[in-house]
Design a protein around this ligand. Structure first.
Ligand code: NAP
Length: 488
């Protein structure tokens, strides 16, 4: 972002206008200790949000030109004297060098924005460490989850949460107000004990994605090996044919849909298992085993990876005719046909199979795209619960059924052709059908009125074997009440 760009107010005061919950925090003087990347972005954002900013540096003369002219850059002690809220934009290692300022800092709010380089790097959090160095100050942890870049571009990139914690409610409220005026959404994370958790957040690498990614890679490896044996190793051993050229595209392209299809079914399988557990125990209050809980929580990521593989499969499939091997094989077939004087090689059944197969595949990809888009937080938040569950649950199930049709039309009658069994291994698509078909059959069984009704009752709080009050109309039209076992 250019300096010119930065000089323009990104937010002004529009974000808080008319909000009675916010005191006019803008106009307040805010201090920033440090003149590095974070301090600079913070100062620019504060100035643009209407705050007076005073920056404390060890070398103000040299650093002043880096800051907007509206911000005052002075010595650390001078800056601290002019404000009661100070952002400490200095690394933890240098906190002790600020101890000379202890007297002027006394009674002020220090905002600890620091991060570590490793998860749980130190025994105590940086904020707790800062609080121990300055016992006369009130320390608030916050702003560490936003980068210097986000501070500058946040208003354009959409809202961003700022996690805040402190043992002092008043100080926390002051910092939350500043964050809000700056266009961020403050999130109260409670007392200072949460600082360690907040400091670990920017260091975590896709925590919710680990299991789904390993699952996808595991499935990819299994199906890839299986396809490699069938498509490359088998012709090499049995017919001494060199089909190794198939590895980069054909084998990968037969593997990707298998992974995508099985992953999609794995999005709905835990729901089926959860329903089975609820039906078996006759209650929704019994905790699911941990592995099922984890699985249920990772459904979104599993679904997105399924979509990713499906999208790759579509691109690979479009590229199939571009390959030189494809052109050679096409010419070879044409020459063979000419030598054999065959005029017509049109097979009506094959033509229909392919047309249906491709059409159903496109529909499946379209439905998966819809599922992926609606799982994005910004879209999901704009849907009500019914709309969200309609797309994710009902349309998702339709996507699974359509993908099954895609797989079945691909296979057609090949499952019954003994030439398709290489080394006695069945065609890959027959294997992929196992889990999705189990899910579809289970879903159909659960939709039977007797089972559906019982499941609905359980999900509304009914429990097997629990005594409940009942109210029945009597023959005279009056109501009689009593107690009965709910599972009678
Ligand atoms: P930086 O560019 O290295 O700036 C650090 C500043 O600390 C220096 O410019 C220096 O300013 C000041 N400082 C004070 N005492 C110091 C000393 N004894 N030795 C060296 N420097 C001293 O670092 P930064 O990227 O701005 O990060 C500052 C803090 O913000 C860190 O705690 C970091 O974890 C946190 N943070 C940064 C980001 C980011 O995107 N950069 C994001 C979140 C949190 P003077 O020379 O003017 O005194």
């Amino acid at each position: 972002m250019s300096r010119g760009d930065m000089a323009k107010p990104l937010l002004g005061h529009g974000s808080t206008e008319g909000d009675p919950g916010i005191t006019p925090a803008s106009g307040r003087t805010v201090g920033v200790l440090g003149s590095g990347d974070f301090a600079r972005s913070l100062a620019i954002r504060l100035v643009c949000s209407g705050f007076k900013v005073v920056v404390g540096s060890r070398n103000p003369k040299r650093k002043a030109s880096l800051f907007p002219s509206a911000a005052e850059v002075t010595f650390q002690a001078e800056a601290v004297k002019k404000t009661d809220v100070i952002f400490v934009a200095v690394f933890r290692e240098h906190y002790s060098t600020l101890c000379d300022l202890a007297d002027v800092l006394a009674g002020k709010i220090l905002v600890d924005v620091s991060n570590n380089t490793e998860i749980n790097h130190h025994k105590e959090s940086n904020a707790e460490y800062l609080a121990s160095l300055f016992p006369a100050c009130t320390v608030v942890k916050g702003f560490n989850v936003v980068s210097a870049w986000t501070l500058q571009s946040g208003a354009r990139d959409g809202n961003k949460q700022v996690l805040i914690c402190s043992n002092n409610q008043e100080a926390k409220r002051t910092v939350a107000e500043i964050a809000q005026v700056m266009g961020f959404t403050p999130v109260d994370m409670g007392c200072m004990a949460s600082a360690r958790e907040i400091e670990n957040i920017p260091l975590r690498l896709l925590p919710a994605w680990k299991i789904p990614i390993f699952l996808a890679l595991g499935l990819f490896l299994c199906f890839f090996t299986y396809n490699l044996i069938r498509q490359v190793i088998h012709p090499f051993i049995r017919e001494q044919k060199n089909k190794f050229y198939k590895i980069p595209i054909e084998v990968v392209n037969t593997t990707l849909p298998c992974v995508s299809y099985v992953m999609l079914s794995l999005v709905y399988l835990p729901g089926v298992l959860a329903a089975c557990s609820q039906l078996y125990y006759g209650t929704k209050y019994r905790r699911f085993p941990d592995w099922l809980d984890q699985w249920l929580q990772h459904r979104k990521q599993i679904g997105l990876l399924s979509f990713f593989c499906a999208a790759l499969h579509a691109v690979y499939s479009l590229c199939l005719p571009m390959r030189r091997s494809h052109r050679y094989l096409l010419i070879e077939t044409a020459v063979k046909q000419a030598v054999e004087k065959k005029m017509n090689i049109w097979v009506e059944e094959e033509v229909w199979r392919m047309e249906i197969y491709i059409s159903v595949g496109i529909i499946a990809l379209g439905l998966l795209s819809l599922l992926a888009i609606t799982s994005l937080p910004s879209i999901a938040n704009s849907l009500n619960w019914r709309e969200f569950s309609f797309v994710q649950s009902s349309l998702g199930f339709v996507a699974l059924v359509v993908s099954t049709l895609h797989t079945l039309t691909y296979g057609w009658s090949r499952a019954f052709d003994e030439n398709q069994y290489k080394f006695y291994l069945p065609p890959t698509y027959t294997l992929t059908l196992l889990v999705p078909c189990t899910v579809i059959i289970a879903k159909v069984v659960f939709s039977l009125p007797c089972i559906r009704h019982r499941l609905l009752r359980i999900r509304r709080g009914w429990e097997k074997g629990r005594y409940v009050k009942f109210v029945l109309p009597s023959a005279t039209g009056e109501y009689a009440s009593g107690e009965t076992s709910s599972n009678v």
